[in-house]
Design a protein around this ligand. Structure first.
Ligand SMILES: N[C@@H](CCC(=O)N[C@@H](CS)C(=O)NCC(=O)O)C(=O)O
Length: 287
């Protein structure tokens, strides 16, 4: 292993320089708004402020799944939050999520407009509101919530750990890549073993556990995330591959993945979403 011993941390860390990484122009060590900016509000009760990243896509897949089931009350407006430009630090967004991270949901159908932040909390809120994708049987429910919270705790090692140091960091640090590749592969093996005996994360029924895990680990298994498919040998996780393929072809998943995306093929992305008519002309979309 290469030896990287040049840096000696000072007694007290201070924010006196940018670290040169991809997110260095917006990352900062303090919370709160940097500027005044109200959030737009559309006509539907559910207003989503998000971006087409794995954490954002969890929520758009959930909303599309609810619409697919016929829950008209799940109609929503999805607004584009450009985290590269610092939109998450606008005053309106900070009111919706004091943690300044997408996704944030405002539910205007409650007694008073209510903010929900953290993608896991948003999935639970929607599942309970519409009585869908969260088992009611107490045993199945605990399993579903265990996997949901597993995702919340695990994905930062994949994204903030492996993805950051393998893909985004301005230089490669062998120690960091080894540490997080090891943990990411361990997590893939956790999923692979579980999916050997379970069609979905909670057994026979598709649930918010799958909806939370797929945008991270399913997309990783497709091989494109962080351009790390070969490096992590994702094809060897056969049960994850089977589950990834099955979920990836669900119409709601195909639609949910397009929303709040700015990059890529025009036929497979939309910056904002305000109604089903927005999908007209998009490749492969079934409404
Ligand atoms: N635990 C949060 C994580 C949300 C998160 O990390 N969002 C990222 C994009 S995927 C973000 O908004 N980053 C902006 C920033 O850190 O300034 C959740 O699940 O909602």
């Amino acid at each position: 292993m290469s030896d990287n011993t040049e840096y000696v941390p000072p007694k007290v860390w201070t924010w006196d320089k940018q670290n040169g990484g991809k997110f260095s122009s917006t990352n900062r060590p303090i919370a709160g708004p940097t500027h005044e900016k109200e959030l737009p509000i559309g006509e539907h009760p559910l207003q989503l402020y998000s971006l087409g990243t794995p954490n954002g896509v969890k929520v758009t897949i959930m909303l599309e799944e609810l619409l697919e089931l016929g829950h008209a009350g799940a109609e929503y407006d999805a607004w584009y939050i450009d985290i590269g430009e610092g939109d998450q630090f606008g005053s309106g967004f900070v009111d919706a999520n004091p943690n300044s991270k997408i996704p944030a949901l405002m539910d205007h159908s409650m007694d008073k407009p209510t903010r929900i932040f953290e993608s896991g909390a948003i999935l639970m809120h929607l599942a309970e509101k519409f009585g869908a994708f969260l088992p009611t049987d107490p045993t199945a429910r605990t399993q579903c919530l265990s996997w949901l919270f597993w995702q919340m705790g695990s994905a930062p090692y994949l994204g903030g750990g492996f993805g950051h140091f393998y893909h985004y960091a301005p230089f490669k640090i062998e120690y960091a890549i080894d540490r997080f590749a090891m943990e990411t592969k361990r997590q893939l093996d956790v999923l692979n073993r579980h999916l050997a005996d379970n069609r979905y994360m909670t057994g026979d029924d598709y649930s918010i556990a799958d909806i939370a895990i797929w945008p991270w680990y399913g997309v990783l298994a497709l091989g494109t995330q962080y351009e790390a498919g070969e490096f992590l040998d994702v094809k060897s996780y056969k049960n994850v591959q089977r589950w990834t393929g099955e979920i990836g072809t669900r119409p709601a998943v195909e639609r949910g993945r397009m929303i709040n995306r700015a990059a890529g093929d025009d036929n497979q992305k939309m910056r904002e979403r305000h109604g089903p008519e927005d999908y007209v002309g998009k490749t492969g979309v079934k409404i």
